[in-house]
Structure formats: C-alpha cells, structure tokens
Design a protein around this ligand. Structure first.
Ligand code: NAD
Length: 496
C-alpha cells in the first residue's frame, strides 16, 4: 500500500506517528493509499524547520524570490498532466477538469512572480519640513493553510505562492482525502530552488489543524472548507491572536431573466451545476427562473442533463465523475429523498445510478428539482453534489431578494439582455463574486477570490491585492534629519 508522509525541510519525511488514514479512489471505492495522521513529534519537527527557514528566506530579495517562483511555474507547466492525474485518481474529477484547475492555480504562481512590483511601498516627501514618510509591507513569519478536498492543487495555490513570495514560510495542511498532489507540488518547489523548510506539508486530520491553531509561533491561518469548520477556525485563530481568513461553503444562485439568451443560459448552467459533480464552491446549485421562462428552462436543462456521460476519469468520454466518498454519496442521496418529501418536483433522479464495472464507485447522477421553495431544506443547505434546484420567481425583485436573503454569499450570476437590470444586480446583490452572462464568476489571480456572509470569515479574500495584504504587515516610517544631529562633515548646498 502506497504511504503518503509529510514533506519537511526539502524532502519526504517519515513520521513517527503510526496512525494512517485511508485514501480512496472514488471511481472504484478501493483504498489506493494511506496518509499519515501526524502526531506532536512530527509537528514539532516540521514547525522547527519552518521557523528556521523563515529567518533566512525573509532576507532574500524579492527579485531573487521571484526568479525561483518563475522557475517553479515552468516546472509545474511541464508536469501538469501528472499533477492532474494525481488529482483525478484521488478526487475522481475528469482529467480535463483536473487540468483546468491546476492551470487556474498556476495563474496565482504567475501573479506571485510579480512580487518585486507588488511589494513596492508608498512614499511622501516633505510631510513636514524636511520630514519624509513611507510605508512598506513586511512578512508575517510562519504562515499556514488548511485546504478542502475539492481542489487539491488549485486551492492551496491560492495561498502558498503569495505567502512565500512575500517572504514568509508556509505550512500546508491539505485535505486527508486527496493529499498526494501537495507532496508533488512541494517537491517541484524544492527542485526550482526554494530553500528547505520554506514550504512544508503537514498531513493529518483535525488534530493536525488544532496543533497549528494553538501554536503561537504560527502567525496566520488561511482556510478554505465548509462553513462550520471555517467558523471554528476563525474563532479559534482569532482567540489565539492570529491573522485569519476562512472561506466557507456556498449556495450559488443563477438568475435567468425572461429576456436572457436561453441557450447560453442553459449551456452555462450545465457546466456550473454538474461539472466536477457539483463539488465546487462556485457551482450553481439554484437556478432562479423569472416570469414565464421557467417551463422552457426546466425542459431544456432536463434534456441536456439526462445525456451527460457519468463515468470514471479514465474514460475519456466522461463528463462527470463520482463524488468524494461513500458517506458523501449517501448524504446527497438523502437530500434528494428529503426534497421529494418536502414537495419539490423531482425531474431527474441521480440516486441508484449504476456504472458498469464501477459498481462500488461513489457515483450520483445529475439531479434536477423544479418548484423548490425557500423554506425547503434542499434550498437552505449546501448539498455539494450534482443536484440543481429550480426556484420560480414572479419578477426580478423577488429573484434578487432570494439571492440577498440566503445565508451564503459566495457567488451569483444573472443572464439578461438588459444593461439596466445587470447594473442594478451588480450593485445591489449582497454577494462577493458576481457574474453577468457568465455562469461561474471566478476572479482571475490578479483580482481576489472570496464571498460574503457565511461564505467568508475574516477581512481578506484570497490572492490578488487582498492576498498580498493578508500575508504582510504594514509599517509606516516617518524620518527627519535636522542639521543638529548630523555627525559627518557639513553638507554644502550647491549654488545652482
Ligand atoms: P471540510 O471543512 O470538511 O475540510 C476542510 C479542511 O478542514 C480539511 O483539511 C480537513 O482536514 C479540515 N477539517 C475538517 N474538519 C475539521 C474540524 N472539525 N476541525 C478542524 N479542521 C477540520 O471541507 P471539505 O469537505 O474538504 O470541502 C468541501 C467544502 O469546502 C464545501 O463546503 C465547499 O463549499 C467548501 N469550499 C469553499 C471554497 C470557497 O472558496 N469558499 C472553495 C472550495 C471549497
């Protein structure tokens, strides 16, 4: 059985813990490897390395850091197919999907290459007579990130390239469900010339997370995962005096106005609702059909969704793979049963799907509910599977109220051909990431990613300028050089 260990001080480190957690291939239901559940000794070994590495790394000039990150980018590009395969094996998503996610993560690495420019401070001359003032941003120290299963390469890349570019050392605690690609990403950074210990990987479950949260040598925590855990991370980190950004769950609404291009809206909804088996924090899980567009919208989605090829990633025709675990499959199926009991109209039922040769895989077929209402559990909760709920709204005002009243505030989108509606929506929706005629408005690396309400706890989103601010402390210097304190020979003013 393949064993996945920690990555400490530039190499794979055999831990002293004897406890290992199993890692499944969701397509077959078989255990493919085991990952170490680190103990206190393993943690101490790792944190000592991170502290030591920070002392030297923070002195390396931003330009030199940028060159190493540039080299790292090249190495990831060369190995992209292999990294994507590691994602697909342990997560189950299609290979194209996995490659796309690594590419999106790589964009943050590319952004981090610009660190000499991004760290340029502000300067004011003569804030008082012969007094100058300037601001600089300095690294925090040892920083840490805790990441979810659904994007095992991309989500860590929202954090560590920026933290490291800013001069910090970084500890990654990846999801225990799909930890392999973190080790690969760390190995490539060492190959690119990153000094040992600047990027360490700590494997394990809640116990590993708690060691990070309670250690006052760790200056900041970046978290992405479910809302209850995000809240716990936020509260515990804040109580322990750490800087924290904790991104949580989502229930993203896509509004289809009667004047929308219906074909474009349906195409967008297909990828956004069922891509990656709905296990994306930016997945569309609610389609709000406004006015008389509803019947046609439901009919068109249903016709397309029933033709989706559900298959393991090894089948090149696959458009949708399995969900992450047996427990998660059961949870999603229970939600479908709940939806039926609550009175929603089940148009497509993804329960009991059988894939020949993969009967033990964790597959759930595309599922579509119509006539979902806001008091239903399937509307309120994040299901995180290929389940789309259609809610009918009589007009735009009712649709906007649905979006704004929901507890989550990650992403939303509107399909319309009217500029005024679009402008009103982008201004008045209480959501962090908003799309107009695009289904998944994921910001590029040079902008910042993050939601509102129950989707983000903390003050900073990830990457872009927000990322630079999160991973650095601001220092403002005020400097005065009166003649009376000058010790050297007197300065003679030029005559012209
Ligand atoms: P999760 O919250 O179960 O786990 C995330 C991380 O937290 C993992 O590393 C895990 O080991 C750790 N963890 C789990 N339980 C813990 C506990 N009780 N105490 C301390 N640490 C704990 O999330 P998941 O199931 O891996 O991922 C899916 C969730 O992530 C979904 O809710 C999804 O919406 C969310 N997500 C959000 C975003 C975003 O940008 N907002 C992006 C991706 C995923």
């Amino acid at each position: 059985m393949k064993k996945i260990e920690n990555y400490i001080h530039g190499k794979i480190s055999l831990g002293s813990s004897s406890e290992y957690l199993s890692v499944d291939d969701p397509s077959t239901g078989e255990i493919v490897s085991e990952v170490i559940n680190s103990n206190k000794d393993d943690y101490n070994n790792l944190i000592n390395s991170s502290i030591k590495a920070y002392e030297e790394w923070s002195k390396v000039t931003p330009l030199k850091r940028s060159r190493i990150i540039s080299k790292y980018k090249e190495l990831i590009e060369k190995d992209l197919e292999n990294i994507a395969k590691l994602v697909s094996i342990e997560h189950g998503k299609t290979l194209d999907d996995a490659k796309g996610s690594v590419t999106r993560g790589l964009e943050v690495v590319e952004f981090a290459c610009g660190i000499p420019h991004l760290l340029k401070g502000e300067f004011s001359q003569n804030v008082g007579t012969e007094i100058d003032s300037w601001s600089i941003r300095q690294p925090l120290g040892v920083t840490a990130g805790i990441t979810p299963f659904n994007f095992p390469a991309m989500v860590p890349m929202w954090m560590y390239p920026i933290s490291i570019a800013c001069g910090n050392s970084f500890i990654l605690k990846p999801s225990e469900r799909d930890p392999s690609c973190s080790i690969k990403l760390a190995e490539l950074f060492t190959e690119a010339g990153l000094p040992d210990g600047v990027f360490n990987v700590l494997n394990g479950d809640k116990a590993s997370v708690d060691m990070l949260l309670s250690d006052n040598r760790v200056q900041s925590i970046s978290f992405v995962g479910s809302t209850p855990v995000a809240k716990y991370i936020y509260e515990t980190s804040a109580k322990n005096g750490k800087r924290v950004q904790a991104l949580g769950g989502a229930k993203n609404h896509l509004i289809v106005m009667p004047d929308a291009d219906l074909d474009q809206a349906v195409d967008g909804i297909m990828g956004a609702a069922y891509g990656s088996a709905g296990e994306r924090c930016m997945a569309v899980s609610v389609a709000v059909a406004v006015g008389d567009v509803a019947d046609q919208l439901v009919d068109n989605i249903s016709k397309k969704a029933e033709t989706l090829v559900v298959a393991p990633w090894t089948d090149s025709s696959s458009q949708m793979g399995p969900v992450i675990s047996k427990e998660h499959k059961v949870k999603i199926e229970n939600y479908i049963t709940t939806g039926v009991k609550e009175g929603a109209k089940l148009i497509l039922d993804g329960r009991n799907i059988k894939i020949q040769g993969y009967e033990n895989g964790y597959f759930v077929g595309p599922t579509l509910f119509d006539n979902v209402t806001k008091d239903m559990q399937i509307y309120k909760d994040e299901i995180f599977g290929p389940v789309l709920s259609v809610v009918r709204a009589k007009d735009y005002d009712e649709a906007l109220k649905l979006v704004n009243d929901h507890a989550f505030g990650n992403g939303t989108s509107i399909y319309t051909s009217d500029g005024e509606t679009s402008r009103h929506f982008t201004t008045h929706s209480k959501i962090g990431m908003v799309g107009v005629n695009v289904p998944i408005p994921v910001p590029m690396a040079f902008h910042s990613f993050g939601g509102w309400k129950q989707s983000l706890f903390g003050d900073h989103s990830m990457h872009g300028t927000e990322g630079i601010r999160f991973f650095t402390k601001l220092k403002t210097i005020t400097s005065r050089w009166p003649k009376s304190i000058q010790k050297g020979p007197e300065f003679k003013m030029p005559t012209n």
